[in-house]
Design a protein. Structure first.
Length: 176
């Protein structure tokens, strides 16, 4: 009986700990930090290997949309091998990364998260993407990450690109 009680307490405390440590901003920061650390051709290509890495940050519904798109792209590649796939620039949740060379240094894209707006089990985390001031005073690109809370963790369910649409719309468009 004592062992059962101890196991139950550990399980409850683990769930409480997960609920406290997972925030919408932490989820977005984790995925964008991962992308910065893995900014290379192997880790950015849109394939099953990389999609499985992202699975821990996205909702099961969004994961299924990505799987459907991956299947569609694989079929399309067999029919039209010379055509660039819809997600041919790779799988990233940030804008296309370019480098800026200024003052003898190469500057990479950076991000800063803005204040999270949440309501119940949904949240929006705006993220600014920008380059070092040495590259010029360009306006940052802003994406709004839409997250939902599922089983004590916050998961990305969509990305609003502003005038350029959204991730879910792109996945649906690609299927048309």
């Amino acid at each position: 009986m004592k062992t059962f009680f101890l196991a139950a307490m550990i399980a409850i405390l683990t769930c409480v700990s997960l609920a406290q440590s997972s925030t919408p901003a932490a989820t977005v920061s984790d995925v964008l930090t991962y992308e910065q650390a893995h900014d290379n051709a192997v880790d950015a290509v849109f394939n099953l290997r990389n999609l499985k890495i992202y699975k821990k940050w996205i909702t099961p519904e969004l994961y299924e949309l990505f799987l459907a798109e991956l299947t569609r792209e694989e079929k399309e590649a067999k029919l039209n091998p010379d055509d660039k796939p819809y997600f041919g620039d790779g799988m990233t949740f940030a804008p296309l990364k370019e480098f800026c060379k200024a003052n003898g240094k190469i500057h990479t894209q950076q991000f800063a998260l803005q204040e999270t707006v949440s309501s119940g089990d949904s949240a929006i985390v705006p993220a600014n993407f920008f380059y070092d001031k040495a590259c010029g005073e360009a306006e940052p690109t802003v994406y709004k990450f839409k997250l939902v809370k599922q089983r004590f963790v916050w998961l990305i369910d969509n990305i609003d690109y502003g005038e350029n649409g959204s991730l879910r719309n792109d996945l649906r468009k690609a299927a048309d």
